[in-house]
Design a protein around this ligand. Structure first.
Ligand SMILES: Nc1nc2c(ncn2[C@@H]2O[C@H](COP(=O)(O)OP(=O)(O)O)[C@@H](O)[C@H]2O)c(=O)[nH]1
Ligand SMILES: [Mg+2]
Ligand SMILES: [Zn+2]
Length: 347
């Protein structure tokens, strides 16, 4: 073990402290998952890092999880999570793959150049809401954009309470507005398409005092030092940044709550439609179509809402169900083509 670190520096918060029983306060030690490999979990404790070897009694844990160890450093229990990103994994046995836990703020990174896309931001917002993580939209490459303010307002219009920041990720001073979310004890993560500036942003956030973010090392079973800090960074501002490739593979699966929350304006309009089962297409008394007619609601937003709801429902269906759907669809196509052949032949 090496690199002693304070519990605050690891991102400990009252929410977790409150879960401890009196006896645990005295005897248990607190650890945070900072890595996961075949042999087990890599943990940070205030004394340094250690490996918790895999065994069947351990619950499934992920980056950012908090757990208690006894005096022999055996697993005691996993603490209740504040938030959780997970994805559905294909295959028969594992159905869910946990990606990151206990993230407070998600930086939704989107560039202000050609890649700027409101529907994509809405998709990421749905993922953040589903995980119960506070989203902050970070618009990068402001130095390459001529209409920064228009684009910023277009994002703000998605949700009046949404935090929206614009930066030049290459310029540390320009990123200082993000420090408001990077205080001591906060845990952050990033999500965004490739090339938008996520790595640049991480470097800028780390770069304020990069010498102090010493690499944390761990002795593996062969006595070698291996770097374990790749996915968990300790920012000079006091926050913990979880940067994992898993975030890039997040899909909209079982994300209905997240989608509905992201489109709360549409959900509210829908409650006033004349019919309970209104599809918001051409039914009379549809408040949503009225809002589109008056310009209050963008047609793009409605179609993205319907698309994301459908997508998450499709992805949530089990593989078996999906195969059944595909077979049904195949039969339908066959029927349609038979009918049209018959029509052509003049039956
Ligand atoms: N001009 C400008 N270039 C940027 C900005 N952010 C990132 N870049 C550049 O965009 C490219 C992709 O950035 P990178 O951080 O690797 O994106 P990632 O794939 O999201 O990690 C790199 O060449 C960066 O230097 C920015 O705010 N302004
Ligand atoms: Mg990158
Ligand atoms: Zn309607």
């Amino acid at each position: 073990m090496s690199s002693a670190i304070s519990i605050n520096r690891l991102g400990w918060q009252a929410f977790f402290q409150q879960q401890l029983h009196l006896e645990e306060l005295e005897h248990a030690s607190i650890a945070r998952v900072c890595g996961h490999h075949r042999n087990g979990y890599l943990l940070h404790t205030i004394q340094g890092t250690l490996t918790l070897h895999a065994n069947s009694a351990l619950p499934e844990m992920t980056l950012g999880d908090w757990l208690l160890l006894d005096e022999q450093q055996h697993f005691v229990r996993l603490l209740e999570r504040k938030s959780l990103f997970k994805r559905k994994a294909a295959g028969t046995r594992v159905t869910e793959q946990l990606i990151a836990a206990n993230v407070d703020t998600l930086f939704i990174v989107c560039s202000l150049n050609q890649d700027f896309n409101l529907s994509r931001i809405e998709r990421y917002l749905a993922l953040a809401h589903e995980a119960t993580v506070t989203p902050v939209v970070v618009l990068t490459k402001q130095d390459l954009c001529a209409d920064v303010e228009d684009k910023r307002q277009a994002v703000q219009a998605l949700d009046p309470f949404l935090q929206v920041e614009t930066v030049n990720a290459l310029d540390k001073d320009s990123c200082s507005s993000l420090l408001a979310y990077c205080g001591a004890g906060q845990t952050l993560s990033l999500l965004g398409s490739s090339g938008v500036g996520k790595s640049t942003l991480v470097n800028s956030l780390l770069g304020y005092d990069i010498q102090k973010t010493a690499t944390i090392r761990e002795d593996d079973s062969k006595g070698r030092h291996t770097t374990t800090a790749r996915t968990m960074h300790f920012l000079p501002s006091g926050a913990v940044l979880i940067d994992t490739p898993g975030m890039r593979e997040l899909q909209l699966t079982e994300c209905e709550t997240g989608v509905r929350q992201t489109f709360a304006d549409i959900e509210q309009l829908a409650q006033q439609c004349r019919f309970n089962d209104c599809q918001h297409q051409s039914e009379p008394g549809c408040t949503i179509q009225q809002a589109i007619a008056t310009g209050e609601l963008e047609p793009r937003r409605l179609s993205n809402y319907l698309k994301l709801l459908a997508e998450q429902a499709h992805n949530s269906a089990s593989l078996q169900q999906r195969h059944a759907q595909d077979r049904q669809f195949g039969r339908m196509v066959k029927t349609v083509s038979t009918v049209s052949r018959k029509l052509k032949k003049g039956y």
